[in-house]
Structure formats: structure tokens, C-alpha cells
Design a binder for this molecule. Structure first.
Ligand code: SAH
Length: 256
């Protein structure tokens, strides 16, 4: 028997951020391979399925990528409906390429259901549109980490986007700020740091690029995205926005 694998973006946080299509496919799953950053409450959508934790957090690889690839292929030979549940959107820093290749090599059919990526959830949390008419025409989703785990950020000014959103940089905010300054971003560039976007305890803070290191303590040990440039500018004052909707954030630090 050869099953089918559905990659589902779980969204960045609370279980209700999954799409309706994602929830429907999940409900049909016989087996679910899930990541560390997905909400345990999602289990309620597929209570009868076998749930397999293949979570990876930061640099501690609890399950190596090759093992996950092999598990997907194995489960697709044992079950008809396999779900690969990923945090955020599967196609954004989600190792989707490797997993699609492994399944293609084994001749296994698959589908990808999109999800809300962390950058979008951070924009929603802070009510800061990712694109702005005139000033914010381009956005890039970037990882600050190379494959070898080195920090690398900041291209030449000519190829820079108006807004750059950095994933996986939470542990190196000071170094990220220094690299972007060295790459020519102005010291007073607005930067918005959001951790646990989409969760009830999401936290946002504002900084000038030169002071980005100050965000490290506030967001320590939390999944964090860093929005640099046009989209980091508040549309309305930050303190007001958090207060208005029942204050989802624990605190809003404005250091600029
Ligand atoms: N596929 C995911 C990203 C996986 S890479 C997505 O589309 O969102 C993991 C990185 O995503 C983390 O290091 C962090 O930078 C970011 N991230 C994931 N969940 C987050 C959240 N709820 N809030 C802020 N950043 C998050």
C-alpha cells in the first residue's frame, strides 16, 4: 500500500490559526508527524491518529532531517493518510524541499496546505502592515543563519528589500544588528521584534537598529522574528495597539 502525504501549515501559534482546509485534512489523518512549535491543542482535531513527535528546536536536533525523511516514506508505505504538520507555513524555513525530494524519490504522492507564517503573524500582532504604499514595496523573508549555524545577514544596499524579516535570529540579536549596520542600514532604522506571535503571550518590542541587542533579554528562549525597515514602523502608537484588544502582549517595550 502506498499512502499520500499532506504537508499542513499549522500556523505560528494558537491552534485556531490553522486553515479550515488544514484542519479538515488533519482530521482525516491516520498518522501525524509534528514539529516542536505546533500547538498541542491541535491533537484534538485528530484524536484517533497516531501522533509522532519529530520536533527540532534551534540547534538541538531531536530528530535528524534524514530520519524524518525516512519516517515519512516508511509511514506512507504503512498508512493511507499521512500528515506532516509544520509550524507556520511549510514552505518557509520548513525543510520542505528535503521532504518533498524524499517522497518524490519514493514515488509517493503529496499535497501542501499553506499556513500563516511567523512574519505575517507578527505583522498582525503589532498591526503593522508588511507592505506600505510608497515606502514598503518589497519584503524579504530571511534567515540570519547559514546551514553551518553561522550568522550571516545584510546584503548590498542595491538588492535590499524595503523590509526584511529575519527568522531564527532570536539568540543573536546583537550580532544581527551589528551585521546590518555594517551592511549599510542606517542606525535609526526601525526594528520590531516579536516573539511567540500568534500565542496569547506574544511579546513585541520596538528598537532602533543600533540598539537591537537590548531586545535579547526580553525575548530570550522564545521563537522570535525580527522585522527591519519600513514595516517595522508603527501605524498607530505601539502601547495603544496592545491595550486596545485586551492586551495579548505581556509587555511592550519601546526603546526608540
Ligand atoms: N515554517 C515556520 C518557520 C520555521 S523556522 C513559519 O512559517 O513560521 C523557526 C523560526 O520561525 C523560529 O526560529 C522563529 O524565528 C520563527 N517563529 C516560529 N514561530 C514563531 C512565533 N510564533 N513567533 C515568532 N517567531 C516564530
Amino acid at each position: 500500500m502506498t499512502g499520500r502525504v499532506v504537508f499542513i501549515g499549522a500556523g505560528p501559534g494558537a491552534a485556531d490559526l490553522i486553515t479550515v482546509r488544514g484542519a479538515r485534512r488533519l482530521a482525516q489523518a491516520e498518522v501525524v508527524l509534528f514539529d516542536a512549535l505546533t500547538d498541542p491543542a491541535l491533537r484534538e482535531l485528530a484524536p484517533a491518529a497516531r501522533w509522532v513527535d519529530v520536533g527540532k528546536r534551534g540547534f538541538c536536533n531531536s530528530t535528524g532531517q534524514a530520519t524524518i525523511d525516512a519516517l515519512l516514506v516508511r509511514f506512507a508505505s504503512q498508512y493511507e493518510r499521512v500528515v506532516r504538520l509544520k509550524g507556520g507555513d511549510p514552505s518557509v524555513f520548513g525543510r520542505l524541499e528535503e521532504e518533498l525530494l524524499a517522497l518524490a524519490a519514493a514515488g509517493i504522492e503529496c499535497e501542501v496546505v499553506p499556513g500563516v507564517t511567523a512574519a505575517i503573524a507578527a505583522a498582525a500582532h503589532t498591526r503593522r502592515p508588511l507592505t506600505r504604499r510608497g515606502s514598503g514595496r518589497s519584503v524579504s523573508l530571511a534567515t540570519a543563519m547559514t546551514r553551518e549555524g553561522r550568522l550571516q545577514a545584510g546584503g548590498p544596499a542595491q538588492i535590499r528589500s524595503d523590509t526584511e524579516v529575519f527568522y531564527m535570529a532570536g539568540r543573536q540579536l546583537g550580532a544581527l544588528g551589528r551585521q546590518l549596520l555594517a551592511a549599510g542600514w542606517p542606525a535609526d532604522t526601525p526594528v520590531c521584534v516579536v516573539s511567540r506571535a500568534g500565542w496569547p503571550d506574544a511579546l513585541a518590542s520596538d528598537h532602533a537598529l543600533a540598539d537591537l541587542a537590548a531586545a535579547a533579554v526580553l525575548h530570550a528562549r522564545r521563537p522570535t522574528v525580527v522585522t527591519v525597515g519600513a514595516a517595522a514602523r508603527p501605524v498607530v502608537a505601539a502601547a495603544k495597539t496592545t491595550a486596545r484588544d485586551g492586551a495579548p502582549a505581556r509587555a511592550t517595550a519601546v526603546t526608540t
